[in-house]
Design a protein around this ligand. Structure first.
Ligand code: ADP
Length: 915
């Protein structure tokens, strides 16, 4: 026997062999099929796939031979791998190399051998496919070709298996072959060895239960493996702990199945190291626990493919199910839109979806619905869940129930609205200065505020309460109503048993006489309702007090007005009656003064009597004029007046006592004016000029045309007027200190009267003066007095009070207006027919006719100011509006506005033609 030669690149050949990881692996049906085929084709009893290891040949498949391996030095194959092609020994007994081989000499009795090397693609022969016979023989050419072809096929399988192994090795998946009987590891993949820290040899000596202590402890493995043995098609899935060589352990998942077609029971074990996935799982578990524990509803949904497709809920936490009143089955798998309803603003959700699609978070508030159809307000934050490819297919939504906040907000808004309403009603209450109107305003206001009906109860003189529509009424039938009585003694609002009838005490003035406001409606009163009622009651109490005060004031004022009237009448009568006797006195004094029988001294006294009586007469005239003025009776008698002629006439009369220089810039200067009144003004000014220049200095009168009218200037060189007193002299009874000091007599009426007359004409009067140097009074009169002066406006009033005691009328008179008071729209139209008014002030609710009709008939005759609680839609045609209650300055502003419009400052409304 000769030892076998070793190939030149033995180490690399061995490396190639080991790479296939075939040595000591279980037999496989596939390879057995190859040896069967080779044996059949070559008609040989023995066929082997032999792998030549360093010291042995190991048989991957052995047909017709019982041993699994032989030492290398007796192996025919060790020779076969040295050559390129088929290695054939026809009769081993005749071959020197094999004659002494135990396979030949022993019980196997091999005579014939033919083998082809199995070469890796790199050219290393790792083993052979061979056939053997116990008789000497040869192969046919066809058999040789077939043997070589099968050899190639086998190598291809080796290769395929190697790439598979590479794949496994690169993965974390561990692969084992385990003998079910001995529970020993026959094979372990790279990953398995790496993870466990053992070499294959070491692993082969370790029993599986030692490697997987978790399984053994539970006593299950043997049992489970036996189970597997009994049901070959089954696969076991187990979880366990694997123990490394160094004693550390890691979690592992095992898939065990029986390799088919074995005589030995061999299990293929695929193990996955769960360390990482278990950590991840643990993290996920923690997170899910946190999400589950969260109080806020949380859901995860899969985005619909298009905006039209619904998003489907794939996860929801407990809080979400609780919120919806559903179990997990009722929620998971349903479209999110199942929880929308009529009040859900879907546009917001579309916007949210778009944000999420774009990979951004979004926060929206919307209305969501529960399973039972009830709704809640939610503030939801949606966050996209981006996958590894960067796409968003899921999003998570965290909801927050903000119903309470929203409701609180809504309630606040409601309260606000209510307060606004109360304020508006309070305005009406305060504007109602009439006892009936006030009660009406309260009843209407209560109805507006809380709905239902309302009634006011007033205390009866003889005890008990009586329903009333008038604060001042005291009679009536008392009611026996426990709720009213209860309310009268209660500090807070009270309700009857149904909660639909409320009563609230209204504090009275002084001795605490209280009213009770009662309201009845179809549904129960809420606390805010009662609060509102109470508030209304408080306002009413103040307004009622105002009415009382106003009534008292009004009656006092009436008394004063009446007294004033009596006084004026008396003065007028006296003044009038004075004039007759005074004329007689003057006349006779003049006659006597001319009588030669009296001496010079007596005649001088008679002259004094005459001039004093004349002064008295003019005083009487002024007083009469003043009295008329105060009655607004000073109507102008307009006609054409030539100012120059009129002034010349006055000058002629005065020229007797003082030289007067008259100059005029034209021959004639016609105006539309009241001649007698204008003459009174000129007389007064020239008279003053003479009177206050006691040195006899000449007086100068100039009449000039000025734009839009005429100017009359009266100039003297007399005592002048101290600067500080100049402005006041046009007031009633005003006299300058120097005039008094010099003992120059006067009443202080003249300039007041003059100013009034000039302003009635729409003109002006001014003075320039220097003390001790003289004064110049200038009067300007416009061409036509038809347009009245701003000083005295004529106003016709139709007020809520509806009578002559109207506060507005009094206030306007105080402010210098001539005021006529109408009691209805009809009467007002009659007034406008009869006289000219600058402005009509109208409370449209008092018109007693449609406001449009009134406007159509009145608008072209006067400026129209509407007084009302609020601007109403039908304000067309009115020139101005003033909201009640108003301050007088507001009313003046409105009047000014109306005057501006009526005078054409801005186009007045369309007026019905033909009136
Ligand atoms: P009366 O002359 O009766 O006092 P008027 O109203 O006419 O009343 O004048 C008011 C006052 O104005 C006079 O008292 C006088 O002090 C002052 N006054 C009027 N005209 C002149 C004038 N031409 N020169 C100086 N003072 C004058």
């Amino acid at each position: 026997m000769t030892s076998t030669a070793i190939p030149a690149s033995e180490e690399r050949r061995l490396a190639a062999l080991y790479e296939y990881e075939l040595l000591d692996t279980p037999a496989e049906e596939l390879f057995d099929a190859f040896t069967r085929l080779a044996a059949q084709l070559c008609d040989a009893p023995i066929s082997l796939i032999s792998l030549v290891d360093r010291d042995r040949q190991w048989l991957k498949s052995a047909l017709g031979m019982s041993r699994a391996e032989t030492p290398r030095d007796i192996a025919f194959c060790a020779h076969a791998i040295l050559g390129d092609g088929l290695f054939e020994v026809d009769d081993a007994t005749l071959d020197r190399r094999f004659a002494g081989n135990p396979l030949v000499t022993g019980p196997d009795g091999v005579r014939f051998y033919a083998g082809v090397p199995l070469r890796s693609p790199d050219g290393y022969a790792v083993g052979t496919l061979c056939v053997m016979d116990r008789r000497a023989r040869g192969l046919t050419t066809g058999q040789r070709v077939a043997l070589a072809a099968i050899g190639d096929a086998i190598v291809e399988q080796f290769e395929a298996r190697r790439s598979l192994l590479r794949l496994f090795d690169s993965s974390q998946t561990e692969l084992y072959h385990v003998d079910l009987v001995s529970e020993r590891i026959l094979f372990a993949s790279d990953a398995a060895r790496r993870n466990l820290g053992y070499t294959l040899e070491e692993l082969r000596r370790v029993a599986l239960p030692e490697l997987l202590p978790g399984l053994e402890r539970e006593g299950r493995l043997a049992e489970r493996l036996a189970e597997l043995d009994a049901n070959p098609g089954r696969r076991l899935n187990l979880r366990s702990i694997a123990r490394r060589k160094d004693g550390t352990a890691y979690p592992i998942e095992l898939r065990i199945e029986l390799l088919p077609g074995r005589r030995r029971r061999i299990a293929l074990v695929v193990a996955t190291d769960l360390t990482e996935s278990e950590q991840a799982q643990q993290r996920i578990n923690l997170l899910s626990a946190a999400i589950e524990a969260a109080q806020d509803p949380i859901l995860i949904a899969k985005l619909g493919a298009t905006p039209q497709d619904a998003s489907i809920i794939v996860y929801a936490n407990d809080a979400f199910m609780r919120q919806k009143g559903l179990s997990a089955e009722g929620v998971i798998g349903r479209p999110t839109s199942d929880f929308f309803g009529p009040q859900t603003d879907r546009s917001k959700l579309v916007a949210m979806r778009n944000e999420v699609m774009a990979g951004r978070s979004a926060r929206v508030e919307y209305v969501s619905y529960r399973a039972d159809g009830t709704l809640y307000h939610t503030e939801s934050t949606a966050k996209p869940l981006v996958d590894e490819s960067g796409r968003t297919s899921y999003f998570v939504v965290v909801q927050r129930d903000i119903t309470e906040q929203v409701m609180r907000g809504a309630q606040l808004a409601l309260q606000n609205e209510r307060l606004t309403a109360i304020t508006s009603i309070a305005r009406t209450l305060f504007a109602s200065l009439d006892p009936t109107l006030l009660v009406e305003a309260l009843v209407t206001g209560t109805r507006e505020l809380v709905g239902g009906t309302a009634a006011l109860y007033a205390p009866h003189e003889r005890g008990g309460f009586v329903a009333t529509t008038d604060l001042t009424a005291t009679g009536g039938v008392t009611v026996d109503d426990p709720l009213i009585s209860l309310a009268a003694h209660s500090e807070v609002s009270v309700l009857d048993d149904s909660g639909r009838r409320a009563a609230v005490r209204i504090p009275g003035s002084g001795t605490g006489t209280a009213y009770v406001l009662e309201s009845v409606r179809d549904d129960a009163f809420s606390t805010p309702d009662l609060f509102a009622l109470g508030l209304l009651g408080q306002y009413f109490a103040v307004a009622a007090r105002n009415v009382e005060l106003y009534q008292e004031l009004a009656s006092r004022r009436d008394a004063v007005v009446e007294l004033n009237q009596v006084k004026n009448d008396l003065i007028a009568m006296l003044a009038h009656d004075f004039k007759g006797p005074l004329t007689t006195i003057v006349g006779f004094a003049d006659v006597l003064a001319d009588d030669e029988r009296f001496d010079a001294e007596s005649r001088q006294y008679l002259g004094l009597i005459s001039s004093s009586a004349m002064r008295l007469a003019s005083l009487a005239t002024d007083t009469l004029a003043l009295s008329r003025l105060e009655h607004n009776e000073l109507a102008l008698q307009l006609g054409e007046v030539d100012v120059i002629a009129m002034v010349r006439d006055v000058v002629r009369v005065f020229s007797v006592t003082r030289p007067i220089d008259l100059r005029a810039t034209a021959i004639a200067m016609p105006l539309i004016a009241d001649e007698a009144r204008l003459r009174q003004v000129v007389e007064n000014l020239i008279g003053n000029a003479i009177k206050y220049s006691p040195g006899g200095e000449a007086v100068e009168v100039v009449v000039r045309a000025r734009s839009g009218g005429a100017e009359i200037a009266v100039r003297d060189r007399g005592i002048g007027i101290p600067e500080a007193e100049r402005g006041k002299l046009f007031g009633r009874f005003a006299r300058a200190s120097n005039a008094r000091a010099l003992g120059i007599g006067g009443t202080g009426f003249g300039l007041y009267l003059s100013k009034t007359i000039v302003e009635l004409h729409g003109g002006t009067i001014t003075v320039e003066s220097g003390e001790g140097q003289g004064s110049t009074f200038r009067v300007f009169v416009p061409v036509s007095a038809a347009k009245r002066a701003p000083g005295l406006r004529r106003v016709v009033l139709l007020d809520a009070d509806g009578d002559a005691r109207s506060y507005v009328a009094h206030a306007l008179r105080d402010d210098g207006y001539a005021v006529a008071v109408a009691t209805s729209g009809e009467e007002m139209l009659r007034f406008l027919d009869e006289a000219q008014f600058d402005v009509a002030l109208v409370d449209a609710e008092r018109l007693g006719m449609p406001p449009e009709r009134f406007v159509a008939e009145a608008a072209h005759r006067t400026g129209l100011v509407r007084m009302g609680l609020r601007m109403s839609a039908d304000h067309d045609g009115w020139d101005a509006f003033v909201a009640k209650p108003f301050l007088m300055k507001d009313l003046h502003t409105a009047i000014g506005e109306a005057l501006g419009r009526a005078n054409g400052a801005s186009p007045k409304k369309a007026v019905t033609a033909g009136r």
